[in-house]
Ligand binder design. Structure first.
Ligand code: ATP
Ligand code: MG
Length: 533
């Protein structure tokens, strides 16, 4: 069990939640919900102990399994080491021990330290760490040959499995997952759902994926109104109960406001007259009523619109015999296509089929993109007249430098823009008031994505290349993005696992399968029904 007592958290003027008391029980599976920036990741860090609450206490079991929102954090480590890092004290002891043994000569002090480290290693089952990790990985379908690879070489679905093995390492009593379905294709999501419904400890998972939450969770802890309320049932059950409670409170509020208005009228009319005591008592009554004022819901919808500085030529771009792969691993072979201005193409296919690889390679020398990729292996890419590309990379977070503010960073992309203009843009993207001065490293996952959209809205390109733009976004933002992409008059290349988005935006499909790309003129729905026949 994890129990939370009187916990409060705020950043500057923004109150995330105040005086929260709640508990998370074994054999229950909780969804932790709330819009982008509500404080879900922050709350999870309080639960795990990574962050101390500004007020209140958290009591937790000794071993917790954690899967963080940043799934690129371990890219430089071997897969099996990443798993062992699930037990940080053990990992640190192993690393320090190795360092000491590597020394040519050991001092007495080193010898003492080695003794201590051996103690930690044996207490934490360190002698079987590698084999324990291997067993977990096998169980999650990551086969032996992958165990010594670097995390950076693994594709999305595999990465999440490794990180899950990390979380499960050492049999934790509770499992905390921050947006585990990001970067997963549908098949992997179904696998994860099945896996989690069989987990018997306490599960707490953050997600913006309604289907996922409904199928996995038994309870929902929702962050809103500056507090956390736990409902029984999955996401849809929560929304239903929440709206019922909300409409009751709203009607109570309406009545209260009516009453306040009447009292105020009385006060205004008689305050100068002889009924001083009655006026005073009514003033008190107004004060009492007003303190009951409810915190506003933090659910809000951004307004996204992509304009073009100028349209591209009629032929947006053309590829001929494009081939791309990694050493020993061909990904795309001899792909040719020609794309007209205004076409909206969905790149579909399983995790690891090569969508991101192809996009990165194609965009290496595209106008408007400064990418570190080396480009395609062979073939020809021709960009059309006046083309400008706006790229939303799958790992866009790496592009955002630390040590600056949202507003300053954005200013780079349109130095001519007046501060007012940037402020207007930020406001429509829900960074109101002092939020624009927020440090870039403090941004939540959804806020970082919203900021990337701001950048592209300033650049005003005529080709949008979006790789998994809905990961991290809440429902309101996904909806706003959907509308913006439908209305955009330029050309779109879109990778997403969000079927609604694909169906409503794309009018052409590139389906990636084993190095081949099927080019289909029509919607994804039409594509699947044609292929199924
Ligand atoms: N160190 C910090 N300093 C200032 N503000 C912070 C800091 N850390 C987080 N915040 C702010 O607190 C709010 C909550 O962030 P958090 O990452 O918990 O949101 P979230 O609910 O997980 O959102 P998302 O769905 O986008 O992942 C955000 O507005 C974020 O910018
Ligand atoms: Mg988060």
């Amino acid at each position: 069990m994890i129990s939370v007592s009187n916990v409060s958290m705020r950043y500057g003027a923004k109150i995330l939640f105040e005086d929260v008391t709640t508990a998370f029980l074994p054999e229950r599976r909780y969804g932790l919900t709330g819009p982008n920036g509500a404080g879900k990741s922050t709350f999870m860090k309080l639960l795990s102990g990574e962050l101390e609450p500004q007020k209140g206490t958290v009591v937790r079991p000794k071993k917790l399994g954690i899967l963080r929102q940043d799934q690129f954090a371990f890219d430089k480590f071997r897969v099996v080491d990443t798993v062992i890092m699930g037990n940080l004290p053990l990992w640190k002891a192993l690393a320090e021990r190795e360092e000491l043994y590597a020394k040519a000569e050991l001092t007495d002090e080193d010898g003492m330290r080695l003794g201590e480290l051996e103690g930690v290693v044996s207490e934490e089952d360190g002698y079987t760490a590698e084999s324990d990790a291997a067993v977990l990985l096998d169980g999650l379908d990551i086969e032996e040959p992958f165990h010594n690879r670097l995390m950076g070489e693994m594709q999305g679905g595999q990465k999440v499995r490794v990180l899950l093995a990390q979380a499960l390492f050492g049999n934790p009593a509770a499992l905390l997952l921050d947006e585990p379905t990001n970067y997963l294709d549908l098949e992997s999501i179904h696998w994860l759902q099945n896996f989690l419904t069989h987990y018997s400890g306490t599960l707490i998972t953050i997600s913006h994926d309604r289907h996922f939450l409904n199928s996995v969770t038994t309870h929902t802890a929702d962050i809103d109104y500056q507090t956390i309320i736990t409902y029984t049932g999955g996401y849809d059950d929560m929304v239903l109960q929440k709206t019922q409670v909300r409409s009751r409170i709203e009607s109570e509020n309406a009545q209260r406001e009516k009453k306040i208005a009447q009292l105020n009228e009385f006060i205004a009319r008689f305050s100068a007259g002889t009924r001083a005591s009655q006026v005073t008592s009514r003033k008190k009554e107004v004060e009492r009523l007003e303190t009951k004022e409810l915190a506003r819901s933090n659910i809000a919808r951004p307004f996204i619109r992509f304009d073009q500085k100028r349209p591209s030529g009629r032929n947006a771009f053309e590829f001929k015999d494009v081939t791309k792969g990694y050493p020993g691993l061909p990904v795309i072979k001899n792909f040719s296509a020609s794309v007209q201005r205004g076409e909206k193409i969905a790149l579909m296919g399983r995790n690891g089929a090569g969508k991101t690889t192809l996009l990165k390679a194609l965009l290496a020398n595209a106008p408007g993109v400064d990418s570190k990729d080396v480009g395609i292996d062979s073939g020809l890419v021709t960009w059309g007249h006046e083309v400008q590309v706006g790229y939303f990379a799958q790992d866009h977070r790496e592009e955002i430098p630390g040590g600056t503010t949202i507003s300053d960073w954005l200013h780079n992309f349109d130095p001519q823009a007046a501060r007012e203009e940037i402020r207007g843009l930020l406001g429509q993207m829900l960074f109101t008031g002092e939020e624009g001065m927020k440090k870039t490293e403090a941004l939540s996952g959804g806020e970082a994505a919203r900021m990337m959209f701001c950048k592209i809205m300033l650049q005003k390109p005529n080709i949008l290349v979006f790789d998994e733009p809905t990961n991290h976004l809440d429902l309101e933002a996904i909806n706003a993005l959907n509308i913006a992409l439908q209305k955009f008059e330029g050309t779109v290349l879109l990778v997403t696992h969000d079927e609604d988005l694909v169906d409503e935006v794309a009018n052409r499909v590139w389906y990636f399968d084993h190095g081949k790309v099927q080019d289909f003129a029509g919607t994804y729905e039409e594509f699947t029904s044609t292929v199924a026949k």
